[in-house]
Design a protein around this ligand. Structure first.
Ligand SMILES: [Zn+2]
Length: 277
């Protein structure tokens, strides 16, 4: 609950969900699970675009660079550029003496976004909602020697894997071999994309096969002990949400259910309990 309170305080201060999650060093996925666990409604996001839209002209007149504005509002420089372009404020933008962005400058905004967030040219154009064709961006990318194809599958999260920009190696009909880094140990290796997409592979072989030591759980009110989180989630009649029960317990050290508190036995010392069958 503390986590939810801190998160909502940050949102009230104007943080976006993403920037608030970064302040708290927790992923959006884990936050959502926590909300689910406590049956709380997932709060609406603060629209960064609106906040910046209202202030962009002022910030530019104050002489802030696009990078400084991006840092201040938690947006990428490419997003700031895109907004400047959309709001017709190009005359105010730093280091630009001409009246507006030409096509190559818009293409560069798209390319910077692909470099930062991955995806295809069309993905980036849609994200930024820019009025430019994929063809124009492709031409410009070739002209400056930017290999946009390397980024099509990059920076996506599959379990603990994060895909990296990589030469696209096609195998079979529709599968690719891409580079990815395992979030558990930091190891980088080539993986079959189809295995990540299907969820078959969620971490490198080493991390995936590491044995988990069971964590016994105790109910603070009744003293009932469960031999493992798996067994506890079965007792909750939520065996399918084992992962969310586990993450909630390990992250917050406590799980509330029907007015009772469940904690790892290791944090409840001083008494002997028998393990329930
Ligand atoms: Zn690993």
């Amino acid at each position: 609950m503390e986590l939810i309170d801190s998160f909502e305080k940050l949102l009230a201060e104007g943080h976006t969900r993403l920037s608030a999650s970064k302040v708290l060093s927790i992923s959006i996925a884990d936050l959502r699970r926590t909300y689910k666990q406590f049956c709380r409604d997932w709060p609406a996001d603060n629209d960064r675009n609106n906040a910046l839209r209202d202030n962009l002209e002022k910030e530019l007149k104050n002489g802030l660079t696009q990078k400084q504005i991006g840092d201040k509002y938690g947006m990428s420089q490419a997003n700031v550029s895109a907004l400047i372009y959309k709001l017709n404020l190009t005359g105010l933008a730093h280091n630009r003496s001409r009246g507006g962005f030409d096509k190559e400058e818009v293409a560069l905004i798209v390319i910077e976004d692909i470099k930062a967030r991955g995806g295809s040219i069309n993905d980036a154009i849609n994200r930024l909602q820019l009025n430019i064709t994929a063809q124009t961006v492709r031409h410009y990318a070739r002209k400056i020697g930017f290999n946009y194809k390397d980024y099509v599958h990059a920076y996506k999260q599959y379990g603990n894997w994060t895909t990296l920009p990589s030469d696209e190696v096609k195998v079979f009909n529709s599968d690719f071999i891409v580079q990815a880094v395992c979030g558990c140990c930091g190891k980088q290796q080539s993986v079959y994309l189809v295995n990540l997409r299907s969820g078959r592979s969620r971490a490198c072989m080493n991390c995936a096969t590491k044995k988990r030591v069971p964590t016994p759980i105790i109910c603070k009110q009744t003293g009932k002990v469960f031999s493992s989180i798996r067994e506890f989630s079965r007792f909750l009649n939520r065996p399918h949400s084992y992962q969310s029960v586990r993450i909630g317990l390990l992250k917050h050290g406590i799980y509330h259910h029907e007015g009772r508190d469940y904690i790892p036995l290791s944090s409840f010392p001083g008494q002997e309990f028998t393990v329930a069958s």
